[in-house]
Structure formats: structure tokens, C-alpha cells
Design a protein. Structure first.
Length: 335
């Protein structure tokens, strides 16, 4: 089969389409998927650069964390799926290939209103966002949410899921035009983040804007895809008993912050990652996605955030586009 392959760890030029061995035949509750489309993630860039090794049991040099395709073969005990079913889901690696072996617990049926390319833009972003803000963040209908990097795949997914419950949303972006685009998805308040927020002296930048727009209060939940640069400002921006959910580290790994403020606000700081979780935890996150998010997608109330589609042969250009930070939503490779 053909697969996106890392010849050597480094830049986008190190990628190629290579013939590799097919996965083994499915056993037990496994299924073999004929992949039609697979989305890109920041994790793919880090793995390509040699900074984010694949978990044990997954290919080191074949990228891909989410996919959409058709069931090609099923294991002996599979009853929920049959050959030919249109499915999408998450995996810890290897999705950017013509075939993928996975477990049924990490799959969902693609709604009829989605194409394969649209479906491929959904799993990682929406499962991550739903798990972060509702399961871990316990966001309630009458609360408020701040989303950093709101124009990213996870950010846009979180925005749509929050607005489906009429939750008041704040969002940040380094680019004003991305915030304008988010207005069309229901973003209540956009904040352009051109300032350096990496020290405590600048931490009031978010808080003053949020308090002005939110009746003098902070937000109840923050979904942070940036990391260290925004950490002090996040604490300033939280309401009493607020929850800070750390998902990304593009803005650094190490932060100085006021521990006294965390105590005073009785804040919860929760770190999360989806890829390296045990299979049973990812299965539970997928189950909640099927139960609570998939009906919204099928009804058209929540939609995939698809920016651009590249033929898989143009994977180098797709990586360069993602690294440019020009994208608004997901980038998908089509097989």
C-alpha cells in the first residue's frame, strides 16, 4: 500500500509517498479500513521533526491521527460494522496510508450528509474539544468559555460545540481576520493577541478585556492550545472555581505564575493529551462523541471546519501550509 513516509526526521522535504507492507488481517474486534482521506495535525509536524515519537505499537515513520474511509475487512467477533460501511475515527498513528488496522471502539459511522474529506476533518478536533471542555472542564450551559487559538481545528470545534449550547464564548487569535471569520460561527468576543503575554506584568491583558465584557467576572473554563506564554494571563482571566484545560504547547512549556492567585481563585489546572491515552480512555471519549456530538453533526448544527484539501501526493505542500499558520480549520489529505 501507499503511505506518507518520513525518509529522515526534519523538514517537509523529508516526506515521500512510499510503498509499505499492508497491515495484517484483522483479528477479534479489529477492522481494516480502506482510507479515503486523513487530516493533518500539529502532532504530525512534531513527529516529522523527530520531537514526538509514536506510541509503542504504532509506526514511527507513517503519520496520521485521524481518518475517514470504508471498512474493507472485519475481525471474527465484529458485529457493529460490516464491509463497505463508511466510518471515521482516531488512531495513535499510521492513518495517512491506504489501509489502517484499528479497533471498533475507536470508530464511528459517517453521517450521510458528510463526504469522506469532510468527515476526515472531524475526529481528532471534535473528540479533543468535547473531552476537554465538557468532560474535563465540566462546562455548564450558564457558564463562559475562553478559547485560545480559536481559528485552529480544535479551537473551531470547541467554538461550535459551545455555541450549540448557547454558551458565551471568548476567543483569541494572532490574526484579526480569523476572528472575523469566527463571528460567523457565533463567537461572542474576539481578542487579537499581538502582545507578549509571557510574564506576570502583562497578565492583565486578557483579564481586563474579559471582565469588561463579562460583567466584571472572569471566564469559567479556558481551553488553552498555546501554553506557557498565556499561563499567567489565564490565571488572571479565570472566574472563581475556574478550570484551565491545557491542550497545546505552541507557546512554550515553562511558565512563571502566581500560585497565590491559583489558591485564591480555587482554580483547577488540568493537562490533557489524546494520542497517548490508554485504549479504553480513548474508547470512552469516542463513545461520548458518538452520543453527544454526532447527532449535532448529522443534523447540520455542527459542521466540519475544512480549510483545504490536498491530494496525498502533495503532502509536502500540505505540511508547509499548516506550518505557515495561514490555515483556518483543518487540512485534509485525499487518497
Amino acid at each position: 500500500m501507499k503511505a506518507v513516509y518520513i525518509k529522515e526526521f526534519g523538514g517537509a522535504e523529508s516526506l515521500e509517498i512510499r510503498e509499505v507492507e499492508n497491515p495484517p488481517e484483522p483479528q477479534g474486534n479489529e477492522v481494516l479500513i480502506g482510507v479515503k482521506a486523513a487530516a493533518l495535525n500539529r502532532a504530525d509536524i512534531l513527529q516529522r521533526q523527530g520531537f514526538y515519537p509514536a506510541p509503542k505499537g504504532f509506526p514511527e515513520r507513517i503519520l496520521g491521527l485521524e481518518f475517514a474511509g470504508e471498512v474493507a475487512e472485519i475481525g471474527a467477533v465484529v458485529t457493529d460494522y460490516k464491509v463497505g460501511d463508511r466510518v471515521f475515527g482516531i488512531t495513535a498513528g499510521g492513518a495517512q496510508a491506504e489501509f489502517l488496522l484499528t479497533e471498533t471502539s475507536l470508530l464511528a459511522v459517517i453521517p450521510d450528509n458528510l463526504s469522506f474529506t469532510e468527515a476526515a476533518a472531524i475526529p481528532e478536533a471534535f473528540i479533543t474539544a468535547h473531552d476537554a471542555i465538557f468532560t474535563l472542564g465540566d462546562l455548564l450551559d450558564n457558564e463562559t468559555l475562553l478559547i485560545h487559538a480559536v481559528g485552529s481545528g480544535v479551537g473551531l470545534a470547541a467554538l461550535q460545540l459551545a455555541k450549540a449550547k448557547n454558551i458565551v464564548t471568548f476567543g483569541t487569535s494572532r490574526t484579526a481576520d480569523k476572528l472575523v471569520k469566527c463571528d460567523g460561527l457565533g463567537l461572542d468576543y474576539g481578542i487579537v493577541t499581538n502582545a507578549d503575554l509571557s510574564d506576570i506584568q502583562n497578565a492583565r491583558y486578557f483579564a481586563e478585556i474579559i471582565e469588561h465584557k463579562n460583567n466584571g467576572k472572569g471566564v469559567d473554563v479556558i481551553l488553552d492550545l498555546v501554553g506557557a506564554n498565556y499561563f499567567a494571563a489565564n490565571l488572571e482571566s479565570l472566574n472563581q472555581k475556574g478550570r484551565l484545560i491545557l491542550v497545546g504547547l505552541t507557546g512554550g512549556r515553562t511558565a512563571e505564575f502566581n500560585l497565590g492567585l491559583a489558591l485564591q481563585k480555587r482554580a483547577k489546572i488540568i493537562g490533557t493529551v489524546l494520542r497517548s491515552r490508554p485504549a479504553e480512555e480513548k474508547a470512552e471519549a469516542t463513545r461520548k462523541f458518538i452520543e453527544e456530538v454526532l447527532p449535532l453533526i448529522a443534523a447540520g448544527r455542527v459542521k466540519p471546519n475544512l480549510d483545504r484539501v490536498f491530494p496525498v501526493e502533495n503532502v509536502k505542500e500540505a505540511h508547509e501550509y499548516l506550518e505557515s499558520n495561514a490555515s483556518f480549520g483543518k487540512i485534509v489529505l485525499e487518497f
